[in-house]
Design a protein around this ligand. Sequence first.
Ligand code: BGC
Length: 784
Amino acid sequence: MIGHPFYAVEPWSLRETEIDLDVLGQSESVFALGNGHIGWRGNLDEGEPHGLPGAYLNGVYESRPLPYAEAGYGDPEAGQTVINVTNGKVIRLLVDDAPFDLRYGRVLDHERVLDFRTGLLERRVTWESPMGKRVKVHSSRLVSLVQRSVAAICYEVEAVDTELWVVLQSELVANEALPDGAADPRVAAVLKAPLVPEENSSRTAGGLLVHRTAVSGLRIAAAMDHHIQAPPSLNETVESFEDLARYTVTAVLKPGERLRLIKYVTYGWSQVRSEPAVRAQVEGALAGAVRTGWEGLVDQQRTYLDDFWARADVEVEGDAEIQQAVRFALFHVLQAGARAEHRAIPAKGLTGTGYDGHAFWDTETFVLPMLTYIVPQAAGDALRWRYDTLPLAKERARQLGLKGAAFPWRTITGAECSGYWPAGTAAFHIDADIAAAAVRYVGATGDTDFEKTIGLELLIQTARLWRSLGHHDGQGRFRIDGVTGPDEYSAIADNNVYTNLMAQHNLVSAATVAERYSDRALESGVDAEEVASWRDAAAAMYIPYDDVLGVHPQAEGFTSHEMWDFAGTPPEKYPLLLHFPYFDLYRKQVVKQADLVLAMALRGEAFTDEQKSRNFAYYEALTVRDSSLSACTQAVMAAEVGHLQLAGDYLAEAALMDLDDLQHNTRDGLHVASLAGTWVALVAGLAGMREHEGTLSFKPRLPSGITRLAVNLSLHASRLRVEITANTVTYQLQDGSSLRILHHDEPIDVTADTPITRPIARIPPAPPLHQPPGRAPLRRDAPQ
Ligand code: BGC
């Protein structure tokens, strides 16, 4: 686990001042750079030692068979696994004869800094070789947010006190050896040597490798070029082999003299383009990068990020760690989605191979609520990716005997990759999650072009799925039986409240939008009768309730199940999924992650205040948070029902998930949903923001550790700043035309003229709650 001593608490950066090779894997994830198209883990420049070497291209995967002991009809036959593509980060250094390798010699000082405003990962190290020769190395790395195919490194080496020979070998490396995967299902299947060589070449100061994946048939090209500034005694060579292109430069450095190397790397891939075309693509991008130059790329990155922070920054006063963590989160979620452009935003972004690089409902339910209000274009692009996968989702629905589209539980291309029905395709709620994200996006942006094309079609196909999956029973209720809700410690249940409420919203939204664009809807075969059937199903949607306990069962019958033996479950038996059989988890009351509580956060209007308080207390006692997707939702509802300190505790858990490696698997990649969840916990939790039919409402409330919170939101063409202190909130229009919002249910028009300040309504303190023994979040009473 990474302890905070390694990371200085700073508002705009993540600084590591000591290197601990035991936690290298985790640090590679937190120092990862990406733009949604390219992902580079924060591996050391010299390639070794490493926790997990990683360079990824969004959408590049290899197919692998999914074997079953007992195959069933409709089981997917092939899985997809993200692969480590050609590594363009490697710059090896020889100091006289000794390879620069932190496992040998002495590290005299070390620092790595990820700067959220420049977007650069910088590293400074002074190293003494086993022969006593000292060098200073300073490298800066970026993955361009502006030039999508481009990454670059500026590498400097300086002789400290004696004259030295230095040799730099800058490489493109394909098919790197990877450490073996663990037995943990959250880790990726490791594919050895997935890249089949097609072409390699080298020329002055540059090189190129083209490969193809054997089964999925994707062509991948990587190219590099270099620019050096050095003392005269310089010698350069280039060479290339099937899996390696190398540029070597040697120089003699006098004490205080420096060799500076700029490395430009570009990537391209395609399923259909020919080898010359993909090659031309990376060479063209390379010409653009070289022409821009290192300083130019750095300037572009800064300008892009200045604009981003002006729109998206969240200021937190009173808790410096949370301030840092939320900017870390904003930066990484931006990196995951900024330039994904019709590709998925995977659960780990492009920071590691965890969950095989798959995208889940994490995107629509956790990441898009944040992106929609700060980088709406990226949210729209993520939904366009879902839309592009509709043919596969329709085919899947047909295979299952259903109508409309059945979106995959986990995927890279849109094809279902879950071989486990109960916690896979049975989690049909993903359809409603996608529909809700499309509705939210349109509400926030007013993008009617999107609504009448992509939005409409997504809503139609998902509504059809619900209409065919559920049925009206003899009592006039519309039931959705045999599905899995968000909580993966229950499966194949009837009338999961979250699923039914989200499906209801899906059906009503589809009906509304189909009526708004009835001609277009008709082109997809939607007539008045079909729309009426959606409305009927929504109106009759069955929401079970336990009258005896006075709470909603998560799914029908849930509250009659036997209680899990929490008292008899020691801390080392968590996460439960690695220590107990699913059959036992499924038949008892134990909750992996917010499910009914998430329903209350997203469909709050379906519950009374009293139900919310009672339900929240009931599920707190059952929820073990074995998923990183839980804490942020619990923060939102804790704040709403008046447990402000608890909300602060859950906020901190979501925020520090990766910085403190709370799930012990950050090495496999960042928890992107929890990073976005940090924003959700602050904005939906502490600022109490909800959205209803395009109108934002706020019910702000701060826990005692946070003295001021300011958030910036984009809504239609306007920008709204909400600044909250202990007693007041100020709404201010930064840009654009006036906005109508609700403050504690009071309508307010925020205009360009003056900021509006209102008092914050006090919430009566709520009675204490209990979590399962040993599973309470860490207290955040006295932040440092
Ligand atoms: C959670 C899912 C989530 C997946 C990927 C699982 O542990 O239970 O809800 O989608 O991780 O983050």
